[in-house]
Design a protein around this ligand. Structure first.
Ligand code: 13P
Length: 385
């Protein structure tokens, strides 16, 4: 049982993580304040890239180091299970050790984050507790009971989240809470059919009583590849986002909002995938239609959120789409290439380019050193990756 504090413990900023690692909050705060090197300019955002294996981590580092970006790699429970051969706790060891070794040789500062950790289920608790020791940031997603698939009362969400803050903040590990329910499906951990907006009336209480410095409010984003009806633009509740920002800034202007479901989906990637599926022929006609029907969130809407303090933007689906599109391209290029490394390289080079594209869009470059490429001239095109 963690120590009970009369008020939530503040984040221990004296904690020095080894090897070019920082709490996610420290990197996101730099972004909210527009700090790069010793200059202060426009606000930018910290994309949180969900990674699921060693290649994903390598691709993320390639992108961060190409641009001199602040980097954030997020691991979901199911990603950790995947990395650990079925055991998320072993996956956590593998992921955190590998990132630490990469970070020690890196030119940039990075953070590691547990995505959608919950403190409700036995298994969820075990993973969150281990993540507080192994990573630099954790999400305590207690707005929904994932086992019983039901929203949790505010008191319970506050209670569970506060327990995580009590444990993590004294160690300098930042905590992200969630208030409201986000719809959509990213993987088995994040499936919900309904979405409820964050209630402004509940926000101040949640922030004060939990002490979190990062919060995912729900303002209309969704997880997954089908965020809206094909042919229609997804509309987020930007006025609500600004209303929430005013309340949060009134409590502590270092609070960072987090946009889950921030994948915009690159139209060129979709077109490339459709082109590859059409080249594969008739059996893939239905799959080509499925790709055409995917709907991401408009980047203009995400930019609106960044303006409202959403400086951590979670993108998973669009990078998975890039991976899959590149796999289809690799099959079309050479389906007789009996070499796993060649296939993997095609996919992960593409994902690296996808990360670079998002970091440029988010304004997250030149933070730790000048970019090694001309960001104005960068073109993300799977034909040339
Ligand atoms: P997307 O499904 O839009 O990539 O969202 C990912 C996410 O929110 C991870 O927490």
């Amino acid at each position: 049982m963690s120590k009970i504090y009369s008020t939530p413990p503040t984040l221990n900023r004296e904690r020095r993580f080894p090897d070019n690692m920082q709490a996610a909050h420290a990197l996101a705060l730099k972004a909210k304040q527009g700090r790069k090197g010793n200059r202060t300019g426009e606000r930018y955002a910290l994309p949180a890239f969900n990674v699921t294996n060693i290649q994903g981590i390598n691709s993320a580092f390639t992108a961060f180091e190409t641009l001199g970006s602040s980097g954030l790699m997020a691991f979901s429970n199911s990603a950790l299970k995947h990395m650990g051969g079925g055991d998320p706790l072993f996956g956590l060891e593998v992921a955190s050790d590998y990132v630490a070794r990469k970070a020690a040789r890196s030119s940039v500062q990075v953070a590691t984050h547990l995505d959608h950790g919950d403190y409700i289920s036995e298994q969820g608790r075990r993973v969150v507790q281990a993540a507080v020791s192994a990573l630099t940031s954790v999400m305590a997603d207690n707005s929904t009971d994932k086992v019983n698939k039901a929203g949790l009362p505010l008191e319970d969400n506050i209670g569970y989240t506060r327990e995580v803050v009590n444990m993590a903040h004294p160690l300098g590990v930042s905590v992200e809470g969630e208030l409201g329910v986000l719809a959509g499906e990213e993987d088995e951990d994040t499936k919900s059919d309904v979405s409820t907006y964050t209630e402004p009336d509940e926000l101040a209480r949640f922030l004060r009583e939990t002490g979190v410095l990062m919060l995912a409010p729900t303002i209309g984003t969704m997880h997954g590849a089908n965020k809206g009806r094909p042919g229609h633009k997804v509309k987020l509740n930007i006025p609500l986002a600004h209303e929430l920002l005013k309340i949060a800034d009134g409590i502590n202007d270092e609070i960072i909002f987090v946009a889950h479901g921030a994948s915009t989906m690159y139209e060129d990637v979709r077109d490339y995938a459709v082109e590859q599926l059409e080249a594969l022929g008739a059996p893939f006609d239905g799959t080509a239609q499925t790709w055409k029907d995917f709907v991401g969130t408009d980047w203009e809407q995400i930019k609106g959120l960044i303006g409202a303090g959403f400086c951590k933007i979670n993108t998973d689906t669009e990078n998975r789409q890039t991976f899959l599109a590149a796999l289809l391209g690799a099959v079309n290029k050479n389906a007789a290439k009996v070499d796993i490394r060649w296939y993997e390289k095609q996919m992960w080079d593409a994902v690296s380019a996808s990360y670079i594209q998002k970091l440029i869009m988010a304004g997250n470059y030149g933070v730790w050193h000048e970019p090694k490429i001309d960001v104005e001239q960068f073109v993300f095109d799977l034909h040339s990756v």
